[in-house]
Design a protein around this ligand. Structure first.
Ligand code: GRG
Length: 300
């Protein structure tokens, strides 16, 4: 799938340690299974299992570029993963995408039940903000700024609003500007805020914040275009057997509007722009460059 091949830079060697930090911090935040209400707590842990943890890695990579100590990044890394996990649980529900499988196993409402899945999403969302509010290594002003940014990115002007627009535009053909605007909110807002949270932890100056916004926006949109491209390729591989979910629901996608090749081209141009933005930041941009390459090269 990848069109580039680059030497593996050093951030790669630190990724396992970051993922281990995240796992430990998430384990400490999530209520233990066996505590009341046990079924809800089990389902919350089930919802957080697996996944690539790209959003948490973006927090750590941005923080490393800006020279932030990892312990100041753990709460933000957990918070974005908790919001992400909640959004997937709710997105999979019958009233939304009605999916039976997520991360290769039954979705939360299939493994448990619909009411539990709704409550899991609610509880993971509030836990994300609790994690930031309780962050010991971050001072009060930064915590408030983080909470404000994450709330904005997650709410009706960000991810939830993007989901609402997506649902309202089913069976409509969007133009490319409308599709980009929808995904800037639905998928992009949470990806963008990963960079902003690390920027807040670093007390980054305005010029750096602008570069981080550019990086985060480009990665967020490129990620979604690539997601559509990967779906289209998978659908084409099973052509004649099943229609893709987006085709069944008649949703506009980047390949449906631009064609597969142009969609891939647009994603690659956005990854290049993200790398330009990263290089404009004074500091060691290598973690952000590595992440752009890593996301560009993903095949699932
Ligand atoms: C229901 C409030 C609410 C919001 C839903 C993000 C979202 C909004 C829905 C997800 C729908 C979807 C599958 C979009 C494609 C892009 C995307 C977010 C893919 C999943 O993210 P990954 O690949 O997932 O990072 P993992 O499993 O690796 O964590």
């Amino acid at each position: 799938m990848s069109l580039i091949s680059q030497e593996v830079p050093a951030f790669d060697t630190r990724v396992p340690a970051y993922l281990q930090r995240l796992e430990r911090a998430m384990d400490a935040l999530l209520p233990p299974a066996g505590t009341d209400p046990d079924r809800l707590h089990q389902a919350m842990r089930y919802a957080c299992d697996g996944g690539k943890h790209l959003r948490a890695l973006m927090v750590y990579a941005t923080g490393e570029t800006l020279g932030v100590a990892p312990e100041c990044l753990d709460p933000a890394a957990c918070a974005v993963e908790l919001i992400h996990a909640y959004s997937l649980v709710h997105d999979d529900l019958p009233g939304m995408d009605n999916d039976d499988l997520r991360r290769g196993r039954p979705t939360v409402h299939k493994a448990f039940d619909i009411a539990t899945a709704i409550l899991v999403g609610d509880a993971l969302q509030t836990l994300a903000f609790e994690a930031l509010a309780n962050a010991g290594a971050i001072d009060a002003e930064q915590k408030v700024r983080m909470i404000r940014s994450l709330a904005h990115a997650s709410g009706s002007l960000g991810m939830v609003g993007g989901q609402a627009v997506d649902m309202a535009s089913e069976n409509l053909t969007l133009n490319i500007g409308q599709l980009e605007s929808l995904h800037a909110r639905k998928t992009g807002a949470l990806i963008l805020v990963t960079c902003q949270l690390a920027g807040i932890a670093a007390r980054a100056p305005e010029q750096v914040r602008h570069a981080l916004d550019r990086y985060g926006r480009c990665i967020g949109l490129a990620f979604q275009i690539q997601d559509d491209v990967l779906d289209q390729i998978a659908d084409t591989a099973t052509l004649g057997k099943t229609a893709g979910k987006d085709q069944v629901q008649n949703k506009s996608t980047f390949p449906s509007l631009l064609g597969l090749e142009q969609a891939q081209h647009r994603a690659n141009a956005l990854f290049d722009e993200a790398r330009d933005a990263a290089r404009s930041i004074s500091g060691d941009a290598e973690p952000l460059l590595w992440l752009a390459d890593h996301i560009q090269q993903r095949d699932h």
